[in-house]
Structures are given as C-alpha cells and as structure tokens.
Design a protein around this ligand. Structure first.
Ligand code: 13P
Ligand code: SF4
Length: 332
C-alpha cells in the first residue's frame, strides 16, 4: 500500500513515540527525511551525539560507513539503516587495497613502522580496523587538520586514505608536501601520501564555475567542502565540513551572495535568497538520496514487528580495531 508523505510522517511520528528509537539524519538527506531526524549534523557530530544517546535503536538515514561508525562506537546499540546505501568514495578502498597501498610504500623504501595511517571517516569499517591495528586514527572533514597536526608529531609519513582531495587540501593548508600513490612522485619526498580516492559528487565543481560566478556577481563569496579538488579549495573564500559551511553561510548578511560547492539537498535548504549551487550539473549524492520517507517508515515498522531490516553487524576483531581508530580521534 502506498501512503502520502503526510500519512508517512504521522506513522513515523507514532513509531518514534512508541519505540525506544532515535532517528539520525545527515545534512545530505532528502528534505522530508532530514526533517524527521532527532539528531542531525556533520559526520563528526553524528558520531559523537549518537554515542551519547540512550535509545536502544538508532535508525540511521545516511550512508553505510556512518551507520557502521555508530555501531563500532556503541556496540550495545542496535543500528538499523532504512537503506544500505554505500558512499561511492568509501567503496573505493577495502582492507586488501589498503594492504596493497602499504606494499607500494614499502617498495619505495618506507617501512610499516615509519607509516602512520589516517583514514577519513568516509571509509569501510575494515579499513578503519587496519588503520587502528597499525596505530593510526580516523579523521573527519571538520577535524582533519588537527588530527594530521598531532599525527605528524610522531615523525612518521602519513598514509591518507581514501580521499586524495581532503589529504592534499590539508597538506596545502599546512604547507606540507603531498602526493597521490601512482602519480609518479617519489613517495619518500612527501609528508602525506594519499590514496587515489575521491568523491564523485564533489568532483563536479570546477574552477570555471568559480570564474563564472565571480564575473556574474562581483563580490560573491565561494564556500566549498574539502572533498573538492585542491584547485577549487585554493580559489575559495571558505572551506569547511557540512556543519562549518552551514554556520558560515547562515551567518552571512542577508544580501551577501554565496556560491556553494557541496551536495544539493543541503545547499538548497540553507537560505531563501542569495545562495547558489557552484555547478551547472545538479550535485546530488545518489546514495544519500536513496533513503526515502517510505524506507524510514518501513525500518521503524520492522523494529516494531521484532525483525529489524538492514541491521548492522560487525565481526569482533574488526569492531575492536575500528573502535581503537575511532576512539583515538574522539580523544584528540
Ligand atoms: P561531513 O563530515 O562534512 O558531514 O561530510 C560527509 C560527506 O560525506 C561529505 O561528502
Ligand atoms: Fe560519499 Fe560523496 Fe556522497 Fe559524501 S557526497 S556520501 S563522500 S559519495
């Protein structure tokens, strides 16, 4: 049976009252799903706020790595995902490819004990576990600079996975040398060695778009997410995580124009006027958009019926080491 959105919202609200459940939603979710979130935020905030939450069930509207991170940090919580949607960047590297990357560094004369791996939170739990086992740490777009600054104190080379853009953007901000595995650089000469992963959505933004907006609206500000290419971030007035972007943009004077380089759903609901999408192609994250109001309703219904859909389970060893890597981040 098909319900209207109004009916679905009523049913979801009724389940939220009846069950011990917290609905969590990332900023990139469709508007109608996002509005049902009890907890919202960027990746770091979602991980921390959900860890502190007391409900038995977490219904996570986002992508797979986010639900996995909640389960890792709070193994006793039951984590259900209305859609098992996988972030395209996170699926670019698994633990085997992580091991292959280490071998490439080893072949270039860098021993494992001289490598400190850092994984962006947008990665599979298996990669986080390998990073944890090797003494490494997780970072998010909002704390990457801080985490890398502290990590460098160990005097090791940083292997940064999976996002080459975030790794290089932070290196540029800090005046460090970086390279991408396979780009022909001498790996030994770099402080940060990045895996060649990227976000297909943030790859849509280009310098031509920035030039277009600056010509069309002199004085316009450009605000972008650090998953954009370094050429984009270097030409931006502000670079930040989703929460940092929201704060920056919503605090601008009403008549200040801004063009934003991140996912469509979030930018579209930010400000009624003077906010532009920094791309002529709609930058929608296909996997974030997979979750519908009907999926959220079905997930809650499945909990009520005692057979939760898409519940996250993680094997003990992976859980143990991924937790080490995530908790190192939270401790920092
Ligand atoms: P934030 O941590 O900034 O919310 O980013 C998550 C993400 O997937 C961006 O593409
Ligand atoms: Fe992953 Fe990119 Fe979607 Fe973020 S926008 S969830 S990095 S595919």
């Amino acid at each position: 049976m098909q319900f209207t959105n109004k009916e679905l919202i009523q049913k979801i609200d009724a389940y939220k009252k009846k069950l011990s459940v917290t609905v969590v939603a990332h900023f990139y979710q469709r508007d109608e799903v996002f509005e049902m979130g009890d907890i919202t935020g960027d990746s770091l905030e979602l991980a921390m706020k959900t860890k502190a939450d007391k409900a038995e069930f977490v219904v996570f509207c986002g992508v797979g790595f986010m639900g996995q991170s909640v389960k890792v940090l709070s193994p006793n919580k039951r984590v259900v995902m209305p859609k098992l949607a996988c972030c395209a960047m996170a699926s670019m590297i698994d633990s085997l490819q992580f091991n292959d990357s280490l071998k490439i560094l080893n072949a270039a004369g860098i021993a494992n004990e001289d490598i400190l791996p850092i994984t962006y939170i947008n990665s599979d739990v298996g990669v986080k576990a390998r990073v944890g086992e090797m003494g490494g740490v997780v970072c998010t777009s909002s704390n990457a600079k801080k985490i890398i600054t502290i990590a460098l104190e160990e005097g090791k080379k940083i292997l940064f996975v999976p996002d080459r853009c975030l790794g290089q953007n932070i290196a540029n901000q800090m005046g460090l040398k970086s390279c991408i595995i396979g780009d022909g650089s001498d790996l030994k000469q770099s402080d940060i060695i990045c895996f060649d992963g990227f976000c297909s959505v943030h790859q849509l933004f280009c310098v031509d778009d920035i030039e277009f907006y600056r010509k069309k609206f002199p004085g316009i500000l450009i605000a972008t997410h650090p998953e954009c290419d370094p050429a984009i971030c270097d030409a931006s007035d502000f670079v930040g995580s989703t929460s940092q972007l929201i704060k920056y943009i919503t605090e601008l004077p009403e008549d200040q124009k801004v063009a934003v380089g991140t996912e469509f759903n979030m930018v579209n609901r930010l400000r009624p006027k003077n906010t532009y999408i920094l791309s002529s192609t709609k930058p929608e994250c296909p996997t974030m958009n997979e979750t519908t109001l009907n999926d959220l309703y079905l997930a809650l219904k499945s909990i009520d019926e005692g057979e939760p859909l898409n519940e996250i389970h993680i094997d003990k060893n992976t859980q143990k080491w991924a937790k080490v890597a995530l908790e190192r981040m939270l401790a920092l």
